[in-house]
Design a binder for this molecule. Structure first.
Ligand code: ACO
Ligand code: ZN
Length: 166
């Protein structure tokens, strides 16, 4: 059953379904250097469908966000052990950037993580990826840490996170 979360003009935001995985993989291949196996996408959909969201225009997928759930140390509370969401990947195709879709995808993922009682959401982003860093900051994420040579090509990552409890 399709779960429509939001409409923005001719774009709908809805939960990902199994049949959306191939177009999602195609967007990932075109837009980001980090790729995953088909099985990994399916396992994220099974694990956290509440925060695997696609943006669709006239039947075509134009963006996605997918997350996993983790149990681990808080990015905010000293020695706190929490259930937290982890944004594995988000992308919007070139032709449809700067229209607010990236922001609403993150918003909907935040809601999804809250519905399963996650108390934080975090992600890694290339330090050079200004567009994405700005987007996350605008939505209330803070830079928590810098991970040296996190990516295979040697680039550093920022860990950015948002706390839902404060
Ligand atoms: N230049 C400056 N600021 C930008 C830009 C840009 N080109 N793009 C987005 N922003 C910032 C702005 O603050 C913008 O708000 P504004 O338009 O009101 O100024 C804000 O982000 C939100 O923009 P949206 O339109 O909501 O974002 P968009 O739909 O363009 O998607 C995204 C942003 C997903 C980062 C897109 O640029 C993209 O797909 N990039 C390639 C893939 C990528 O880098 N993904 C993130 C990797 S990290 C990870 O996956 C965990
Ligand atoms: Zn990650």
């Amino acid at each position: 059953m399709q779960v429509i979360l939001k409409q923005m003009g001719d774009c709908i935001l809805r939960r990902c379904e199994l049949s959306d995985i191939i177009p999602v993989i195609e967007i990932n291949l075109r837009t980001l250097p980090e790729h995953y196996s088909d099985y990994f996408y399916e396992s994220l959909l099974e694990e956290l469908p509440e925060a695997f969201i696609v943006a669709e225009i006239s039947g075509k997928i134009v963006g996605y966000i997918m997350c996993k759930i983790e149990h681990g140390f808080s990015n905010f509370k000293k020695l706190g052990f929490v259930k937290k969401g982890h944004v594995v990947s988000i992308a919007v195709i070139d032709e449809h950037r700067r229209k607010g879709f990236g922001s609403v995808l993150v918003d909907e993922a935040v809601k999804g993580v809250k519905t399963i009682q996650g108390s934080e959401l975090y992600l890694e982003v290339r330090c050079s990826n200004n567009d994405a860093v700005k987007l996350y900051e605008k939505l209330g994420f803070s830079i928590i840490q810098r991970l040296k040579t996190y990516y295979r090509d040697g680039e550093d990552a920022y860990v950015m996170a948002i706390d839902f409890t404060s």
